[in-house]
Ligand binder design. Structure first.
Ligand code: S3P
Length: 167
């Protein structure tokens, strides 16, 4: 029974990109949480937030984390807020390892500035807001992670290799 790998971190930290490389390198299935929620609900993430609110989105996210954590040997690209609820972290830890991807606010801003589906950043698409929100979440991300990897200026290939070597 292989453990799952949950990639966590702020929006734009590189979770989806690294998850795809890990999927190829390890030949395992990939769960892209936001995509799965959007598919299930037949709605974009920003429309779910706009029509039903963040709490509803977080409930959908919790149900999905629970379902995924019952699988074996999958790579999971988590939504940036997926570890904010304690119960989600408990589900992840039951059958998986948590890997935190990090980047500076400046790097994050460059990666997400043209995104249309980041409702948390609606009306706040600037480095200062990203820095503030990242600071609020930093201790949460760091305290739940089994491994933390910096992504600034490094290739996806190198980062994926580091994760495989260290997990
Ligand atoms: C969120 C991050 C998003 C998505 C939702 C909320 C967050 O995922 O789940 O917009 O609270 O950080 P990404 O980290 O993939 O952008």
């Amino acid at each position: 029974m292989a453990e799952n790998i949950f990639l966590i971190g702020f929006m734009g930290a590189g979770k989806s990109t690294i998850a795809k490389v890990l999927k190829e390198k390890l030949s395992v299935p990939l769960c892209e949480m936001d995509e799965m929620i959007a598919e299930q609900q037949k709605m974009a993430i920003s429309d779910i937030f706009a029509q039903y609110g963040e709490t509803h989105f977080r409930d959908l996210e919790t149900q999905l984390v629970k379902d995924i954590s019952e699988k074996d040997g999958v790579i999971v690209s988590c939504g940036g807020g997926a570890v904010l609820r304690e119960e989600n972290v408990s589900f992840m830890k039951e059958n998986g390892r948590i890997v935190l991807l990090s980047a500076t606010p400046e790097t994050i801003y460059e990666r997400v500035r043209y995104s249309k589906d980041r409702p948390i950043l609606n009306g706040h698409m600037n480095v200062e807001y990203i820095r503030e929100l990242m600071e609020k979440r930093r201790s949460r991300y760091e305290s739940v992670a089994d491994l933390a990897v910096a992504t600034d200026g490094r290739s996806a290939e190198t980062i994926a290799d580091e994760i495989i070597a260290k997990l």
